[in-house]
Ligand binder design. Structure first.
Ligand code: SF4
Length: 197
C-alpha cells in the first residue's frame, strides 16, 4: 500500500470511527456520547483555566451590555456576555464580542501620541503633558472667544468656539458634572453625547 493509499485509508477509518451514525446503528445511545469525535473528546473549555471572573460594561455603544471578564494570573483570558443582564441576557453583538481582542491586542495604544500642528510625525508624550496642554488650549480658546453680550445688548456669557461630544458609557453623574463644568463654568453651548447619535 502506497503512502497516499495509507493516508486515505486512515482518513476513511477516522471518519467512520468519529461519525456518530455507525455507532448509533451499532447500538450506542444517541443521547450519550454518540456525537463525540476523538477530537472533541480532548477539547476542554478554556474557562476551566480561569482563577477569577469579574463584571464589566461593553464600552462601545449606548446599549451598555454587561460582560463577564475571566482572568488567569492577573491576565484576561476571555470575555463573554453576562447572562444575568436584563439588557443583553448573555448575548453580545460583533463589536462587543471583539472586546477580548482589543483588550489584549499588542497593537493597542497605552500611551499618548501627539502630532504637532502641520507636523508629519507622531511623538510619544507623557500623559501629564497632554492633560496640561488640553487645559491650556481650553483656557486660551475661552479667553479669546468668550462673549459677554450680543451687539443688541443681550447678555449671553458664552463661547461658540468649543464643543463636547461625550462617550456612550458616561454615567448620569459624569454627564451632570460635564454639563455643569462646560456650560456653567466655561460657557460652552454645544454639549452632545454619543448615546443620542
Ligand atoms: S455588545 Fe454591542 S450592542 Fe452591546 S454595548 Fe457593546 S456594542 Fe453595544
Amino acid at each position: 500500500m502506497t503512502k497516499i493509499h495509507r493516508r486515505f485509508a486512515d482518513r476513511v477509518a477516522g471518519f467512520v470511527r468519529d461519525w456518530s451514525l455507525p455507532r448509533q446503528i451499532a447500538g450506542e445511545s444517541p443521547y450519550s456520547k454518540a456525537a463525540e469525535s476523538s477530537l472533541s473528546q480532548n477539547l476542554r473549555p478554556r474557562l476551566t483555566e480561569a482563577d477569577k471572573v469579574g463584571t464589566i460594561i461593553c464600552p462601545y455603544c449606548a446599549v451598555g451590555c454587561s460582560q463577564l471578564a475571566y482572568a488567569k494570573n492577573g491576565r484576561i483570558i476571555h470575555v463573554e456576555g453576562d447572562p444575568r443582564s436584563p439588557i443583553n441576557q448573555g448575548t453580545l453583538c460583533p463589536k462587543g464580542s471583539a472586546t477580548f481582542g482589543w483588550l489584549t491586542s499588542e497593537r493597542r495604544l497605552d500611551h499618548v501620541l501627539y502630532r504637532a500642528p502641520y507636523g508629519e510625525h507622531w511623538e510619544r508624550r507623557p500623559l501629564a503633558w497632554a492633560m496640561d496642554r488640553i487645559a491650556w488650549l481650553v483656557k486660551q480658546t475661552r479667553d479669546e472667544t468668550f462673549v459677554d453680550e450680543l451687539p443688541d445688548g443681550t447678555l449671553v456669557n458664552h463661547t461658540l468656539a468649543m464643543a463636547s461630544l461625550g462617550g456612550a458609557t458616561l454615567d448620569n453623574e459624569e454627564n451632570y458634572l460635564i454639563k455643569k463644568l462646560f456650560c456653567g463654568g466655561l460657557g460652552m453651548v454645544w454639549i452632545e453625547n454619543q448615546a443620542r447619535v
